[in-house]
Design a protein around this ligand. Structure first.
Ligand SMILES: Nc1ncnc2c1ncn2[C@@H]1O[C@H](COP(=O)(O)OP(=O)(O)OP(=O)(O)O)[C@@H](O)[C@H]1O
Length: 245
């Protein structure tokens, strides 16, 4: 099977500080991968560089065998909640509708069918009662659900989510994971920056262990080993609450 994502020697920096070095991996369709690594490992930067939001110094990225501009309508991205300006005056329904602009066309008015699709996605995330609510007046977990609804409605083939489970309660975590599993069951490919090492095995079939470069990548059962985790975190795992044995 040809990969949906192919990353070759990707290198990036902030000024002179190299934060990604020769990152190389491939992702197969229909997989659900967690990107795991310590704070500052370059996980968010990796997503941004792949999606053209931060420049690369070297390397290449191919989505479905093509570059980002050709593939972007097939890609969904849910950024870190903290990186979004939630004071922007818009309501939950409009945020979800933004996911449909590829289908509506910029500067065209959405039609009833688009509104219905957006409402359907909000209701799949249990957010239908908040459609008219300003996004600044939603809780963190509710904002995250709205973002997921936007990703759902976009109907992409490859999704990137940056810490979608950060700071959400157990019910929201379940709702988000159910949504991701549904996407996977529809053959979509999902990549998630994830911090909770305890749930990696339950939630994801693949894992990419990153610390400036790829430490290990593959199926969770083969790759998420004590050895690889130690190599990624430098042995400093106790504070993560994971037993070393
Ligand atoms: N806008 C920026 N300007 C300068 N340095 C940055 C910027 N964003 C990130 N960095 C640095 O780049 C490195 C990688 O950051 P990045 O946010 O990609 O890591 P991360 O693995 O996502 O971390 P975390 O788990 O803490 O979210 C860090 O050392 C960080 O301080």
């Amino acid at each position: 099977m040809s990969p949906v994502l192919s990353v070759n020697g990707l290198t990036a920096s902030y000024r002179k500080n190299k934060v990604l070095d020769q990152v190389r991996f491939e992702v197969q369709p229909g997989t659900m991968t967690s990107i795991v690594g310590p704070n500052g490992a370059g996980k968010s930067t990796l997503l941004k560089v792949m999606l053209g939001l931060h420049p690369s110094l070297a390397g290449s990225v191919y989505f479905f065998g093509a570059d980002y501009n050709k593939a972007k309508s097939r890609i969904g991205y849910v950024p870190q909640r903290g990186s979004v300006d939630w004071d922007f005056p818009t309501n939950a329904l409009d945020v979800v509708m933004m996911g449909l602009y590829g289908q509506i066309g910029w500067l065209k008015w959405p039609r009833r069918i688009h509104r219905e699709k957006a409402m359907q996605a909000l209701s799949e995330m249990g957010m239908e009662d908040y459609a008219g609510r300003q996004i600044s007046q939603l809780s963190g977990g509710q904002q995250q659900r709205v973002f997921l609804a936007r990703a759902l409605v976009q109907d992409a083939e490859l999704y990137f989510l940056d810490e979608p489970l950060a700071g959400v309660d157990a019910a929201t975590e379940r709702a988000i994971m159910d949504t991701l599993k549904t996407l996977k069951s529809r053959g979509r490919t999902v990549m998630v920056v994830h911090h909770d090492l305890q749930t990696v095995e339950d939630y994801f079939d693949h894992v990419l262990l990153l610390n400036r470069t790829v430490i290990a990548h593959g199926s969770t059962s083969e790759t998420f080993t004590k050895d690889n985790i130690f190599r990624t975190y430098g042995g400093n795992l106790r504070w993560l609450g994971r037993e070393s044995g």
